[in-house]
Design a protein around this ligand. Structure first.
Ligand code: HT7
Ligand code: ZN
Length: 884
């Protein structure tokens, strides 16, 4: 199937100005009557109208009420000889929602009807110009059985409802805001809702609703609070208010992604709505807050201003991820809690986006081509895209960025635009800024794939009292881009003296120091900065707050890193120094094959962080968590996943043993008393207590001392919230304690009716620390557990993603059984849900990095998938790129 190229974009030959849809909903055969007001686009040469449609049964086509000749060609309805003046086009089709296992278009889940139209699902509902630059007003009438589907929802305002013959009822919804088809939604189901009226700053009243199944109402409070906080935040930070009378969130348990920002009718994966203390962890609560925020913020960045074409996806996704990250940071009040969120976001970026940018799926934030757009909802478009927006803010300042957003809305509200339009607005609102000065070079962040490498070398001249910092940058080849031009890289930095003091920063030629932190803007291949007035040799603290998504090689010594870990005022770099100290040790042992020995300096540094009197528990937990096996693999030229696991496990054991008393102290002193609250302070305490428990159980696995496993089991049983319960269960399972089996059984029995908790039960077992192949064997067995199903994406991911993405040592086996498992699941899933299959397929992205025998076995497994004749475009694109 064809490659679609960004450079081939042309404006649509017709506009659809309004749509009137009537749905007669039936799981086996739904009738859709679609009446469109269509007109020619005079800017484009006259041509046939081609409407997209997929898996539809076409029954009638009328133009201005008369039947006309038409043909269906390449999944398009083609109409020639149309009137010159605006006309009404009526198309009648049927579809079969209950057969729709792809979960794109109109489908059934849990006995209700739901839709998912982004990116190209609307064409699976009716024939249409299914592209984001065609915006229409929608009016929608839903007819359905009144008992089975008492709730009928669509975008906009409910204008009419009533009963019909045959036990049916109907509802009519009108959305006054013109929108692209990907933002259309409907829901017909048996649901209940939590609702709240709010009055916005503007004085306008809004009705907020969260719809769930009847038994889940007690799990909607956090989602509602997150929505209320989102409305308030967008008004306060960006002056953007809600433009709707009614804003609805609906939870559905079968969903391919996290959630969808349909205008006024967001549809969410239950995972990002439902939470109560007994069933959801602190991480789940945080996930709900950020996804509710994310979808709400799309109402302006995505819906009011949308994408001209899908190559511009990051226009809405990168910007909206940036906005949800800022929202979560602004909800906490201490600088250290903000830093914790930043560290978590950077960890995610490095875990997912950096490998993507170094592998066969590497693509620019604004891709140049695709076969299947669903494959480009990636960490690059989302998370690197957010970093690009963050760099703009760093270059123009927070107020300058807010000015830029205001200009962007003034210029483009109601339009479908490009990434260039966004960058131009931010730059134009900030003339004279580094962004405006270097805009053309800056925009290479949109066009060049790959993670830039930045080298930093410093030299202190005691006689001249100067410190010279030389920064250089380099880009590696990526698919289709053999060479790279320099990027604009903001490097936030400070200089730290021998007593931990933050030195004033004055460049040669400046009259006075400019504070103790500044942003250097690297825009050439190599630049030198000479700091003056320095009586002592400093240690540089570079790329503070991770001010650019680059790989920094700063050549700092162990002593320098220990100094930063102890003194850096930038919490991100303090954490980074701790991670680098661990990396140096682990990578050394992995590369040389020698036994790992964690030296006293490192252990003492970790002890002083753990025992530090003022650092937050959440921050300590991040410092004391070793870099993941996946992140370690990314640092190596050739990867032996078993060796990485062995060394990292040895490090964990040494930390467990050397800090045994400290872990006991940490556990005892970080107990949260009283009722559960997901706030960052108590969540941090629970995180550190759970880490302590994990180390204490690990230590006990070699001493065979039953005390800590026993206490952990007791804690597991007595826990009053899911974070503590799952933490204790995880400590038992990951230390292979004898009590783990009993705990797992008990957990399953307790939560057998809670689908999201059973997902955790599968994931925990499949992601457990591998030992003698037992974890892999367990995961394979779990495939035939009665609760397992490939049809529900959350459940499929709970087992397959946990094993294939999160557990390298269980997945990469010398007997290739992990790869056989992978290929079998990709092929099985592809027949059900190609989008999901393609995501799973990406577990093999980095196969070329593997050492033998893994590499050859991996290639063989990918080739087996690629050889399947009836593969979807989704999976074919992934495996073809992997083998290229
Ligand atoms: N904008 C939404 C993307 C999305 C999606 C894309 C493809 C297939 C299914 C999907 N469900 C949701 C989600 C977001 O970024 O907010
Ligand atoms: Zn989004």
């Amino acid at each position: 199937s064809p490659l679609i190229r960004r450079e081939d974009y042309t404006a649509p030959a017709y506009w659809i100005r309004s749509v009137d849809l009537t749905f007669d909903l039936d799981p086996a055969k739904t009738l859709v009557v679609n009446r469109m007001q269509v007109e020619r686009n005079p800017a484009v040469a006259a041509q046939a109208l081609r409407l997209d449609g997929e898996e539809l049964n076409l029954t009638r086509v009328l133009v201005n009420g008369d039947s006309v000749s038409f043909r269906v060609e390449n999944q398009q309805l083609v109409l020639d000889n149309l009137p010159e003046t605006p006309f009404t086009l009526e198309v009648r089709t049927t579809c079969a929602p209950e057969k729709n296992t792809q979960l794109s278009g109109l489908y059934t889940s849990g006995g209700g009807f739901f839709t998912q139209c982004e990116a190209e699902g609307f064409r699976r509902i009716t024939y249409f110009l299914d592209r984001p630059d065609v915006m229409a007003t929608f009016s929608v009438t839903l007819k359905a059985d009144a008992t089975k589907y008492p709730v009928l929802l669509s975008n906009g305002n409910l204008v009419e409802q009533g009963t019909l013959d045959g036990g049916k009822h109907y509802a009519k919804w009108v959305d006054p805001h013109p929108k692209p088809s990907y933002l259309f939604a409907l829901v017909a189901a048996n649901l209940v809702c939590r609702e709240q009226k709010i009055r916005a700053r503007s004085g306008r009243e809004h009705l907020l609703q969260v719809y769930v199944r009847a038994g889940d109402l007690d799990k909607t409070e956090h989602a509602m609070n997150s929505l209320i906080a989102s409305v308030a935040w967008d008004e306060a930070r960006f002056g953007l208010s809600l433009d709707l009378d009614r804003f609805m969130i609906v939870a559905v348990s079968d969903f391919n992604m996290g959630a969808m920002e349909n205008k006024g009718l967001n549809i969410f994966n239950t995972k990002y709505v439902l939470a109560n203390p007994a069933t959801a962890t602190d991480a789940d609560y945080a996930g709900i807050e950020s996804v509710v925020g994310h979808e709400y913020f799309h109402n302006w960045t995505g819906n009011r201003i949308t994408c001209r074409d899908w190559f511009q996806l990051s226009l809405k996704e990168g910007l909206t991820v940036f906005r949800d990250q800022e929202f979560s940071q602004d909800l906490v009040h201490s600088p250290s809690a903000r830093a914790v969120k930043r560290i978590e976001d950077v960890r995610t970026l490095r875990q997912h986006q950096f490998p993507e940018d170094a592998g066969p799926m590497a693509h620019p934030v604004r891709p140049d081509s695709y076969v299947e757009i669903n494959n480009f909802y990636t960490a690059t478009v989302y998370d690197k895209g957010a970093e690009v927006v963050r760099m703009m803010q760093t270059l123009v300042g927070r107020d300058g960025f807010a000015r830029g957003m205001t200009l962007y809305f003034q210029r483009h509200d109601g339009q479908a635009v490009t990434c260039d339009d966004f960058a131009q607005a931010i730059a134009d609102a900030n003339p004279g800024s580094a962004l405006a000065t270097h805009l053309a070079i800056f925009k290479r962040w949109y066009s060049q794939a790959g993670t830039p490498r930045v080298q930093a070398r410093g030299h202190y001249n005691a006689d001249a009292r100067t410190y010279t910092l030389e920064l250089s940058q380099q880009g590696l080849p990526s698919p289709g881009q053999p060479t790279k031009e320099p990027w604009v890289i903001p490097v936030a930095m400070g200089l730290i003296g021998p007593r931990g003091e933050h030195l004033p920063l004055q460049l040669v030629g400046e009259d006075a120091p400019v504070g103790t932190e500044r942003v250097l803007v690297l825009h050439e291949e190599r630049q030198r900065y000479e700091f003056t007035g320095l009586d002592v040799e400093p240690v540089p603290s570079l790329l503070r707050g991770f001010s650019a998504p680059v790989l920094l090689e700063d050549h700092l010594s162990d002593a320098d890193l220990l100094h930063l870990l102890a003194h850096d005022a930038d919490p991100f770099n303090r954490w980074e120094a701790g991670q680098r100290l661990a990396l140096n040790r682990l990578l050394g042992a992995i590369r040389t094959g020698q036994a790992l020995h964690l030296d006293a300096a490192y252990i003492e540094a970790m002890r002083s962080v753990l025992r530090h009197p003022t650092l937050d528990a959440a921050f300590k937990e991040l410092v004391l968590t070793l870099p993941s096996e996946g992140y370690l693999a990314e640092q190596l030229e050739e990867v032996d996943p078993q060796r990485i696991h062995q060394v990292r496990e040895a490090a964990r054991l040494q930390l467990a043993q050397a800090l045994h008393h400290d872990w006991e102290w940490a556990f005892e002193t970080h107990q949260v008393r009283g009722g559960y609250s997901p706030d960052p302070v108590s969540a941090g305490q629970r995180a550190l207590a759970n880490l302590a428990l994990a180390y204490l159980c690990l230590g006990a696995s070699v001493t065979h001392d039953p005390v800590w496993p026993g206490r952990t089991y007791q804690r597991f049983k007595d826990a009053t919230n899911m974070t503590d319960r799952l933490g204790a269960l995880s400590a038992l399972v990951n230390s292979h304690a004898e009590l783990a089996e009993a705990a797992l059984q008990r957990f399953h029995a307790l939560f057998r009716d809670e689908a999201l908790v059973i997902d955790k039960w599968f994931a925990l077992q499949a992601a457990a620390s591998e030992k003698d192949g037992r974890v892999f064997a367990r995961a394979r067995q779990l495939l035939s557990h009665p609760d397992f199903s490939l049809r529900n994406p959350n459940r499929a991911r709970s087992l397959i993603t946990a094993l294939c993405f999160m557990n390298p040592a269980a997945f990469h086996r010398t007997d290739a059984a992990g790869y056989v498992f992978w290929a079998d699941r990709v092929l099985e899933l592809d027949a059900i849900n190609p989008q999901l299959a393609a995501r799973v397929a990406r577990a093999m992205d980095r196969w070329k990095q593997l050492a033998e025998p893994y590499r050859s076995a991996a290639r063989e497994a990918i080739a087996r998938v690629a050889a399947r004749a009836e593969l979807s475009n989704d999976v074919r694109e992934i495996v073809t790129r992997a083998l290229a």
